[in-house]
Design a protein around this ligand. Structure first.
Ligand SMILES: Nc1ncnc2c1ncn2[C@@H]1O[C@H](COP(=O)(O)OP(=O)(O)O)[C@@H](O)[C@H]1O
Ligand SMILES: [Mg+2]
Length: 296
């Protein structure tokens, strides 16, 4: 590595050079600036870390507590595994996690988690994990009932019927908003009302959430077609996209980008990621995508 002395460049580069010797002037401000870039942010009262390998450095200040973050991507891209990795990392550190599944059964999900090193039964014993499968149609029906009772659609207070009152989580994972949305088919405005209530509830209870949303053709890579349940993009505080990358010479990779994260500066590159047995999803911030590829 050439030892060029350009202070600013060091800040832009991600795997920055260690500069312990530089104690000279204004040590505090200069060092703090650099630490933010070199190391993932510490978890504090106001921010959380995911502890996913290579991910946290992408959010410079960390993920603000209470953010509602969409995890988007096509089928099989790794959205569920991203959330299961968050679940494992949080429970291992004593945080309380509620996993709300509208797709897979509880038992299947737990088996799935174990492949990535999670210990769901132990977390449950410690009161740190609650995995529950819900039926999206039940939610659609109860929202409908509440709405017809209230008559004036905009004034109702829909309780987020799906959050069990006896479990107060730090983190909620929902798999997926797309399943909830399909249960409201033809009733986009009801889905929107329900989502507004849900987002408000999460925010007021300072619950950080990762909400999976399956998108067939991601609008953010230049598609104009509108997706069902699009309203949630505007309501969310963050959007993480997991891509299936197709290279013209015939092979595939996985990649990820943070499209939006309120309350923090983000790294805006599309980088490689991978699903590893025993570990879950891992990110490679030093491997931005290159070459002739298509994102799907
Ligand atoms: N144990 C495993 N080891 C490695 N890769 C896996 C494992 N289980 C699933 N995968 C990969 O993860 C993909 C599914 O990821 P998933 O998170 O379920 O996708 P989705 O985005 O649809 O939720 C599969 O297509 C498979 O390639
Ligand atoms: Mg899934």
């Amino acid at each position: 590595m050439p030892a060029v002395n350009t202070k600013k460049k060091k800040v832009e580069k991600l795997p920055a050079v260690n500069t312990k010797k530089k104690k000279a002037e204004k040590p505090s401000t200069v060092n703090i600036e650099k630490k933010k870039v070199e190391k993932p942010p510490e978890a504090g009262e106001k921010h959380i870390r995911t502890y996913i390998d290579g991910f946290d450095v992408l959010c410079k200040e960390g993920i603000p507590v209470g953010n509602a973050i969409l995890v988007e991507g096509g089928p099989g891209n790794g959205k569920t595994i991203f959330c299961l990795t968050v679940l494992k990392n949080m429970c291992e550190r004593g945080k309380k996690v509620l996993y709300m599944s509208f797709e897979e059964r509880e038992e299947r999900l737990k088996e799935h988690m174990k492949l990535f090193g999670a210990r769901p039964e132990e977390y449950e014993k410690k009161g740190l994990l609650y995995v529950k499968r819900f039926n999206a149609l039940d939610i659609a029906r109860s929202v409908e009932a509440l709405l017809s009772e209230a008559k004036k659609e905009l004034l109702i207070e829909v309780q987020p019927v799906l959050i069990p009152p006896e479990f107060q989580p730090d983190i909620i994972l929902i798999d997926s908003l797309s399943s909830i949305s399909s249960a409201f088919s033809g009733e986009e405005s009801r889905f929107r009302i329900y989502m507004e209530q849900l987002f408000r509830y999460l925010e007021s209870h300072k619950i950080t959430s990762f909400l999976i949303r399956e998108v067939a053709s991601p609008a953010h890579i230049g598609n104009n077609s509108s997706e069902r349940g699009e309203a949630v993009s505007f309501l969310s505080d963050g959007i993480i996209v997991i891509y299936n990358v197709f290279y013209k010479d015939g092979y595939r990779k996985r990649a990820c980008e943070i499209l939006k994260m309120r309350g923090t500066d983000i790294d805006r590159r599309i980088i490689e990621c991978e699903i590893k047995k025993g570990e879950g999803i891992v990110f490679y911030p030093d491997r931005p995508l290159k070459g002739d590829y298509i994102l799907t």
